[in-house]
Structures are given as C-alpha cells and as structure tokens.
Write a protein that binds this ligand. Structure first.
Ligand code: 5AD
Ligand code: SF4
Length: 479
C-alpha cells in the first residue's frame, strides 16, 4: 500500500511556533454529496482515550459522520469506519492503544474497504507515528488533532483509493467552528473555550500535540451555551488546557471571568470548568465563582509538586508559597470550596526530601480529590533528556505513600456528608449495582441511591447515610 502524506508532524516546528494571529474558519466538506451517499447503511465505531478535549473531539466526529448518514456501532466487527482517538500524555495510555490496534487490524483483512483510522495526540509525535506505521501496515488513515474537521474528506479519499493517508500538521493557529456535534450526554455538555497550551511544562507533550493557545470568540461560546440552555442541559463544563488564559490571544476585551459570569446569568443550573493553571488564576475569577450559585464551587488546580526546585525544573512558573497563598484566598472567599489537583511523583532526580514537600503540601491544602501520576518521560520534551537517578521501585513506593496521604482528607471529607441532604444530578444506573442510580453532588462527589430511571438527567435531593473513600450512599428525599 502506498502512503500519501498531506502533512507530517514535526515537534521542532510545533515548539518554535510564531506568535501569529488566530485564524477563524467555519468547517466545510468538499465531498459532502458523495459522503451522504457513501454513509447510507454504513456504521462507524469510535474509541476515545484520554482527556475531555478528546471526548469533545469524538462528539464532533460523531456529529460529522451522522450528518452524512453513518450510524454508530459498539461492535467494531460490523463497522465500515473505525477510529481510535488516542492520548499521549503518559506511556501507559499509549500502550493500551497499541493493544487495541493489534486487536482491530484483522478487520481490515476481512473487509478490504474498511477505513481504519488513528487520530488524537499520539500521532502528533513523529517517532510514534513511525512506530505505528511499521507495526500496523493495516492502518490506512492517520490524522491529527487539527484535522478533525476534515474527517469526511479524509474518509472519502481513503475509502476510494488503495493508499494510506497521513494528514497531521504541526503549525496550528486556527479555530474552526464546527456546528456538527453529536453529544454523548443529553443533560451534561462540554464547551470548548480555548484550544492548545503555551505553558510548555517541561514534562508535558500537550503543547506540541494540541498547538498554541487559541480562544474561541466570545459570541460563539455564548451562542453554544444559549443553545444548551434551550435544550434543557443541566450542566456545562468549560474546557481548556488552561481556561484562565481565555481571551489573551484575542483583542475582544473578554477574559475567563467574563465567560463564567455571562454563562451564569443565562441560568444553566450547573457550571463547571477545567483546567486552571495556578499561575494565572485571577482574583476576579475567584470573585465571580463566589458570587453565582450556579457556578460550582469546584476548582481543579494542578500543583504537580510541593517543592520549589522541582516546580522550577518542571517549568511551572509558581512557587509553593504562591500556590498556598492562592489556595488560602480561594478558601476564604469561596465558602464550601472543593479543591482537586494533579500530582506527579518521581520527576527526574526527585529526592526523598523534595517528595516529602509534596506530602506536606497535600496535608496543608487538604484536597477533596486528586489525580496522581508516576512521571512518564515523553520524547521531545525537555524533561525526557534529564538523566534520572530515581528507581521505578522508589517512584512506585512514593506514589502509594502519596495516595495514602491524600486519602486521609478525602475520607474525612466524604464522612462530613453523612446525615446531610445534597442536590444530585442523576447520571444513570450505578456501574456496580444495576438497581441503584448514581450521580454527582454540586461538589462533584459520586453518590449511589435507589431510584427510578425516570430521574436520569434530573437534579434531586439525596440524604447521605454512608460514606466510602470515593463514593457516598444515600436515599432519595421526596420534596
Ligand atoms: N508524566 C506523568 N504525568 C503527566 N502529566 C502530564 N504529563 C505527564 C508526564 N509526562 C499529568 C499532569 C497533568 C495531567 C493531565 O497529566 O499531572 O496535569
Ligand atoms: Fe501540559 Fe503544563 Fe500545558 Fe497543563 S499547563 S497542558 S501540564 S504544558
């Protein structure tokens, strides 16, 4: 099979991007008519790994495919188009993808016309893309995070030829408005406000794979929120690698606090956002979060490490003191605040003392929830070039110790709910017990309780009777 390369990724190009203006485009498909014919009676299968940005990308791809008559299947053996939407943030995410492609490749032998596509952050890395091509000659389409909107044309070309198509560009200054979206959920929605990241933390591959910071126009975002309100959505989550940076690349005069306030005024019952970098979290944002009842009092504030030297090596742009002062201001001004974080253990050459600083910070902040990771070298990032003297066994032990520290407060926090009644947005049947429903409190605690499936998508009152580390057990309170 011949390979046709439209664009090929380049990490150096991704790194050395210029401060160019953001270009705004509307999505369009050249072969729309042909794809409408092609899609009739055909099925697609998409599997997404990784963060909410990928989940939202999947929703766009679903919207595009269903607009040209494809229908969804959960069974890849009956699919005409298979797409694996990948994540590159850590090695274990990539390993799962290799495993899955290994399982799926046989379908290309069975169905010669099958489009087997790999997209997302993994393929944005030239070396990984090469490994994929060498390992899986069956894959006939690769496209990047910046080519999602060309999906239908890429499928058209792949389907109608006997080539492997690669379209992954590393110059990324565009915001493409794509109204086609098939949301995974009818009452909770993700709303992108800013794409990409300019922070270049030294361990992180995201600024290379997702490109420079580009904000969507204020009015486009608000139109989307208005539509969601009209469709009776109960919860929206504003998405960005760093939502705090919203608007800095535009001359519109709006910042993230303005986004929150305008959306709050529209009356969506629950407004959330993720992620916030501690470096540019403004006091104005804190005030707006405190002011509106429908902005959830939940802030995801990744700290990564509690030690100043490690923070510096990570390129995080703040000190332990700055972070703790910010937390203090938040806790003072936002009653009932629930703080969550991301922490990496085992950054290259992290000493036992430096790790202890992370433990002590965790004990001071008392997070209500946390995501913890063992450092995973990402080729092309500055941290991956550092010789590391910490053994994996030590990293693993530190990881367990950290989780133990975090769980002390997480359990204590969970216990404080017992006896109280809380508003819960009902998600569906509980994963562990089909007779139970599950949902989340405003503070993002998972709750299980008995109830009728007609409550799914509604906000109900639940009295909490029992707490576990990561969930609560309660009963429905009838008003
Ligand atoms: N190794 C381990 N964890 C990482 N993260 C990002 N890059 C790496 C890496 N190379 C974590 C950070 C980030 C979260 C999304 O993933 O904690 O906040
Ligand atoms: Fe990665 Fe840092 Fe950007 Fe977060 S802020 S996406 S950790 S570079």
């Amino acid at each position: 099979m011949k390979t046709k390369i439209i664009n090929y990724p380049d990490l150096i190009e991704a790194r050395n991007r210029q401060k160019s203006d953001t270009i705004f485009l509307d999505a369009s498909t050249a072969h729309l008519k042909e794809m409408e014919e092609l899609g009739k009676g055909k099925k697609y299968y998409i599997h997404t790994y990784g963060c909410q940005a990928n989940v939202r990308d999947e929703e766009t791809m679903r919207g595009m495919l269903e607009s040209v008559n494809f229908t969804k299947t959960e069974d890849p053996s009956e699919a005409d188009v298979i797409i694996i939407n990948t994540c590159a943030v850590r090695e274990n995410a990539e390993d799962k993808v290799y495993g899955e492609i290994g399982n799926l490749k046989k379908y290309r032998r069975i169905n010669k016309k099958l489009v087997l596509g790999i997209c997302g952050c993994m393929v944005e890395q030239p070396e990984i893309l090469q490994i994929l091509q060498d390992k899986f000659p069956e894959v006939n389409l690769y496209f990047g995070t910046h080519e999602i909107d060309q999906l239908l044309d890429l499928i058209y070309e792949t389907y109608n030829s006997d080539i492997r198509l690669i379209s992954i560009k590393s110059k990324q200054g565009e915001v493409i408005e794509n109204k086609l979206v098939k949301r995974n959920n009818e009452y909770k929605a993700f709303v992108n406000i800013i794409y990409g990241c300019n922070k270049f933390c030294t361990y992180c591959i995201v600024p290379y794979t997702r490109g420079k910071e580009r904000s969507r126009k204020f009015n486009e975002i608000m139109d989307e929120v208005r539509e969601l309100k009209k469709a009776n959505y109960q919860e929206i989550t504003f998405l960005g690698q760093n939502v705090n940076a919203y608007g800095k690349d535009l001359n519109e005069g709006y910042d993230f606090a303005d986004i929150l306030e305008e959306a709050a005024k529209m009356g969506i019952p629950r407004i959330r956002f993720t992620t916030s970098h501690p470096w540019d979290f403004s006091s104005k944002m804190i005030e707006i979060i405190a002011k509106y009842d429908n902005i959830m009092k939940c802030i995801h504030l990744p700290v990564q490490s509690g030690n100043d030297e490690v923070l510096k090596l990570m390129g995080r742009r703040y000190t332990r003191e700055h972070y703790l002062n910010l937390v203090k201001e938040m806790r003072e001004k936002i009653p009932g605040l629930s703080l969550s974080t991301d922490i990496i253990v085992g950054f290259p050459n992290e000493t036992e003392e430096q790790f202890k600083d992370t433990l002590s910070l965790v004990d001071i902040v008392k997070y209500e929830s946390a995501f913890t990771f063992i450092y995973s070298p990402r080729r092309g990032t500055p941290a991956a070039k550092i010789d590391d003297n910490v053994s994996y066994a030590d990293k693993s032990r530190r990881f367990k110790e950290l989780v133990k520290h975090l769980e002390v407060n997480i359990e204590k926090d969970a216990k404080s709910y017992v006896g109280g009644t809380y508003k819960v947005l009902v998600d569906g049947a509980s994963k562990t017990d089909k007779d139970m429903l599950s949902g989340y409190t405003e503070s993002n605690k998972l709750v299980h309780f008995k109830g009728d499936e007609s409550l799914i998508g509604k906000i109900v009152n639940v009295k909490i009777n029992e707490s576990h580390t990561y969930s609560l057990l309660g009963e429905l309170v009838n008003e």
